[in-house]
Design a protein around this ligand. Structure first.
Ligand SMILES: NC(=O)C1=CN([C@@H]2O[C@H](COP(=O)(O)OP(=O)(O)OC[C@H]3O[C@@H](n4cnc5c(N)ncnc54)[C@H](O)[C@@H]3O)[C@@H](O)[C@H]2O)C=CC1
Ligand SMILES: CC(C)CC(=O)C(=O)O
Ligand SMILES: [Mg+2]
Length: 406
């Protein structure tokens, strides 16, 4: 055993691996992981990757909420915590240890906090926390990243946009997650013939990568309001020209979905001008990363937005869209709702446990209805609480049988 593996062993708790089978989800064009057994004894293995900064704070809360919601619906979890990002670099010298990849692959779903921080910002490229997250997404083949942005009526005043612009926004960004410029080769920094340093990356998409994310997006739009906007930069980039061509070609298979195209610069502007025009947005890795952060502010805060990253077979990866927020880490200021809602997406999209997912979604609404707000979503007349107290309020509400008024 390597020194790294030995160090990791101390962190690994043995778990009982249940027999699992896969069933086609009725909800989405993905396979969900299903535990074998009667509704009374369902059991799933969840890999927890707290990561860095506020990651451990929000994941520990989401874990408790997940366990409680599950237990009320006859679902049990075995949690296995593994290192990733800066935490893994400090522990074993790499941002994504083999043991973490294996644990993630063997589990039924993965819940991640966030990675990164000032301490590792000057590390060599392959020893940066962000590299670990990209490697994990590639290892799990989670090409489809669903990032819903919904303005809750309770939080309209937390939006930076005017009430009439923000109220009622409900959109879904379908982001391609394992291709494009974040992964494309060649990449690097070299010295050119003039002795000057040159940094370069490659935006590259194969037809099959575009087709599979487009299909997810068409299916998603079909189950929502039937409108799909494909965002690209086809007026400049060849990768976008192919993107637009492939998405357009698939549209004939989805006659019930209204397809439109928009350049990304216009999309960034339209999102704050009139976000209600959007239902489902499909876009590449980098544009989806940027536009979803922008969309989060319409909802009040980046601390509100969850995500589901799905493959067409193995376990899904569920994480808030925010980063490790080193500026507020360790201060009990983080909003845990994005991670709690990611746990709800884990139940719904990863395991097909819709009732438990609904319990969590309702509990978040009840906590907000009761006036609790972390600093990022605070407005006059509401109760300012820290990360832990917000988590406790959601946990209390999970038990509540009261229907949440949206
Ligand atoms: N998926 C991941 O793990 C991601 C990791 N990162 C990494 O995180 C580190 C910080 O990156 P930033 O660009 O600052 O982005 P960030 O998302 O961590 O923070 C941006 C701003 O939003 C605030 N914020 C974020 N999450 C919040 C929450 N739950 N509650 C309240 N406020 C919250 C932060 O305090 C900060 O002011 C970097 O190392 C970056 O590479 C960034 C984005 C995604
Ligand atoms: C930290 C990066 C790897 C990606 C990112 O910002 C994101 O996925 O939202
Ligand atoms: Mg991002």
């Amino acid at each position: 055993m390597t020194a790294g593996a030995a160090a990791l062993q101390t962190n690994i708790r043995p778990v009982k691996v249940p027999a699992t089978f896969r069933a086609v989800s009725k909800q989405y064009p993905f396979r969900v992981r299903c535990a074998v057994g009667s509704p009374g004894n369902k059991r799933y293995n969840i890999t927890l990757l707290p990561g860095d900064g506020i990651g451990p704070e929000v994941v520990s809360i989401a874990k408790n909420v997940l366990r409680q919601a599950g237990s009320l619906e006859g679902v049990e979890f075995s949690f296995r915590e593994m290192p990733i990002g800066g935490a893994a670099l400090d522990l074993v010298g790499v941002p994504l240890p083999e043991e973490t990849i294996s644990a993630a692959k063997e589990s039924d779903a993965v819940l991640l906090g966030a990675i990164g921080g000032y301490k590792w910002d000057n590390n060599e490229k392959h020893l940066r926390p962000e590299k670990g997250l990209l490697q994990l997404r590639a290892a799990l083949k989670v090409f489809a990243n669903l990032r819903p942005a919904t303005v809750l009526s309770q939080l309209v005043d937390a939006s930076t946009l005017k009430r009439e612009v923000a109220e009622g926004v409900d959109l879904m960004v379908v982001r391609e997650l394992t291709g494009g410029i974040y992964f494309g080769e060649p990449r690097g920094i070299k010295t050119n013939e003039n002795g000057e340093e040159v940094g370069f990356n490659t935006e590259v998409y194969a037809a099959h990568e575009i087709d599979r994310i487009a299909r997810v997006a068409f299916e998603t739009a079909r189950k929502r309001r039937g409108k799909l906007c494909s965002v690209d930069k086809a007026n400049v980039l060849e990768a976008s020209i192919l993107w637009r061509k492939r998405v357009t070609a698939l549209a004939s298979e989805y006659p019930d979905v209204e397809l439109s195209h928009m350049y990304v610069d216009n999309a960034a502007m339209q999102l704050v001008r009139d976000p209600k025009q959007f239902d489902t947005i499909v876009t590449n890795n980098i544009f989806g990363d940027i536009l979803s952060d922008e969309a989060s502010m319409i909802t009040g805060s980046i601390g509100m937005l969850p995500s589901a990253s799905l493959s067409d077979s193995g376990p899904g990866l569920f994480e808030p869209i925010h980063g490790s927020a080193p500026d507020i880490a360790g201060q009990d200021k983080a909003n845990p709702l994005a991670t709690i809602l990611s746990a709800a997406m884990l139940l719904k999209y990863g395991l097909g446990e819709e009732k438990a997912a609904k319990r969590i979604e309702d509990a978040v609404l009840v906590a907000l209805n009761n006036g609790f707000r972390t600093g990022d979503i605070y407005s006059a007349g509401t109760k300012l609480v820290g990360c832990k107290e917000m988590g406790e309020e959601v946990l209390k509400s999970v038990d509540s049988q009261l229907p949440a008024s949206v």
